[in-house]
Design a protein around this ligand. Sequence first.
Ligand SMILES: *Cc1c(COP(=O)(O)O)cnc(C)c1O
Length: 406
Amino acid sequence: MSFSIYERFGVRPIINAAGPLTRLGGAPLAPEVAAAMAEAAGTCARIDELQEAAGRYLAEVTGAEAGYVTAGAAAGLTLAAAACMAGLDVAAMDRLPDAAGLRHEIIVQRPHLTAYTHALRVAGARLIEVGYLGYPGQGATWPWQIESAITQRTAAIAYAVCDAPGSVPLPEVARVAHRHGLPVIVDAAAALPPADNLRRFVAQGADLVAFSGGKAIGGPQASGILVGRRDLIESVALQHQDMDVHPETWPWRDRYLATGVLAGPPHHGIGRGMKVGREEIVGLLVALRRFVASDHRAAGERQRAQLETILDALGDTPGVRAGFAPHADDHRGYPVLVVRLDEAVLGRPAETIVSELLEGEPAIGVSQQFLRERAIGVVASTLHPGEEAVVARRLREVLRPRTAPP
Ligand SMILES: *Cc1c(COP(=O)(O)O)cnc(C)c1O
């Protein structure tokens, strides 16, 4: 393989043993996905048509009424919040993120607060937090806490698919929301595999669900999926696409202007800065087709075999104890090798080792999700076949005791 495009710009390629992380460039794309993007790159197409075609496929795959390709799950959450606040009100679309006078509060259970809930606020929404986090207690959140936070200002209820013991499950959140005519926005960015999850949250009552395109699906890094209720996806499209047109030439004039649904085209909405190119739309669709057709169990076994090569190579390294992460109740369907470090033996903290791997030659990115346990994680879903041998060799080089500073 050639990395010459990076070298032309003076940038070193990395071996990604961390999974599809945004800051490491995501995952390598399958040749079929890259080829689809290259083909789309050569010819223009109307984005409204492409998005509608994509939406039909996304609806079919997820069981939702409608779907849309976003610039990632975070953009999907921002657009979802905007749709719940503005609906099909063109003047409201024009005002966001100034949400004064609109229903603009989004209720979130505290155990579901993540760095990504910021994406909901980007559209102008205000988060209303409910529930408890601390010990002692029987749990974190109760349905009545969600219900009692609902007011005339509530636009939606947010739900994150994550490890949050004690939180109110999605079907129950949806029942509370729907009793009050409110939509539920689900952050399912990283909840794949299993592939069943493409349908699960819609089936459980979610009104909008955001997935990352650039994680397990294997689509372009700047792509994502938003699926859900037809009227909300319509609002998303209206706030996302470039509609800098004359009303008389707007392709959607019959649908929205002749019917009196909108007073005029909405022009540049809150989503305009999160635009999606034709390459991403096509790349995402091809990747999703591959994802739903692929044998995830076999893929997991291939990754496990790669990680076993690394595990074997580390076998007798002093100060190092490696093993597979348990995946008991974990929604993540891929194997992770956890390499526990005895910092006293190795003579430096785990953080230094992560940096040595990323800054050395070849550059290797490893997962930091176990750093609090003084361990580094190795993930094979983003490794090319054969790269496990390079990672194993480099880990053996770096994981040597060091007594004096270099
Ligand atoms: C990765 C992630 C996101 C953001 O997804 P992008 O597709 O990178 O925008 C949002 N929420 C959660 C829980 C994630 O893991």
